[in-house]
Design a protein around this ligand. Structure first.
Ligand code: SF4
Length: 272
């Protein structure tokens, strides 16, 4: 009886009995659509269960439960114009779809297959960058402009053009010495949902304002002074504050990834 929002991530399988048990308590489903064409669905999942998934979407519609479409863009399997047109058709038939998210293929699971002694079936497929699926997002956005459905690409910093990721920066300090050990580059990000009585940075609350900066621009600033950080007594580094820096978590993860990639031993602190 916590009264919290509930969300189930699913491929839209299971039987009617399962749906009757689970869906009355579900506010939102994240449904991974493996493919919208039966033969290709079978090629990816090695099952013939697209029909079941379509029935599941009908069940969501009947119960007026919203769902978000998730679709992995896998080169040679799910990324042809025909594949995307079929996906658009599928979503058009489902009025409760609220959002479409594309996940560019990445190899993050490859090691686990190998550790489990299972041959990885996609050895020769290269990882995709966010920029490589832009045409898909644009095409789907255009198809759903009347329904105003957000269409986004969900990316992991290890596979994306992380240096081009933009965040809303409140301000930076090049030589801070109170927020962690040694000399530090201090980054203030905009955005905070709290309204603490003693807040000294209410000008950081609004996530939508600030100076848009790319990770590359920030890394350049840090790089110019990196010796001051690395050689400072106590071991300097980078500190991220706000606002609440996790508000812009996608940007933050790219920034931290870039800092570590440029200087693996750089000590990073996040003030939350
Ligand atoms: S920025 Fe910090 S102090 Fe200010 S409202 Fe947010 S959490 Fe509270």
């Amino acid at each position: 009886h916590l009264g919290l929002h509930t969300c189930v991530e699913t491929t839209g399988q299971g039987c009617t009995k399962a749906w009757n048990s689970v869906l009355p308590h579900t506010d939102l489903c994240l449904v991974c659509i493996k493919h919208a064409i039966p033969e290709k669905y079978e090629q990816i999942t090695r099952t013939k269960k697209l029909d079941r998934c379509l029935k599941f979407l009908k069940e969501l519609e009947k119960r007026n439960i919203p769902w978000w479409c998730r679709y992995v863009v896998l080169p040679g399997y799910t990324d042809s114009k025909e594949d995307i047109e079929a996906l658009i058709e599928l979503v058009k038939n489902s009025p409760t779809c609220e959002r479409i998210e594309f996940l560019p293929y990445h190899e993050l699971g490859k090691n686990k297959w190998e550790e489990l002694g299972i041959e990885y079936p996609l050895k020769n497929i290269k990882q995709l960058k966010k920029s490589e699926i832009k045409w898909i997002c644009d095409m789907v956005r255009e198809a759903f402009k009347d329904r105003n459905i957000p269409v986004t690409a969900i990316v992991d910093p290890t596979t994306m053009d992380y240096m081009e990721m933009k965040g809303n920066v409140h301000s930076t300090e090049s030589l801070a010495c109170l927020e962690g050990p040694g000399n530090r580059f201090l980054l203030f990000l905009n955005g905070c949902a709290a309204r603490c009585l003693y807040c000294s940075n209410p000008d950081t609350w609004d996530e939508t304002v600030g100076t848009p900066m790319t990770v590359a621009e920030l890394i350049k600033k840090i790089g110019n002074l990196k010796n001051y950080y690395i050689n400072s007594v106590g071991g300097g580094g980078v500190t991220v504050s706000g606002g609440e820096p996790l508000t812009q978590f996608a940007f933050l993860s790219c920034f931290l990834y870039a800092v570590k990639k440029v200087k693996p031993k750089m000590c990073i602190i996040i003030i939350i």
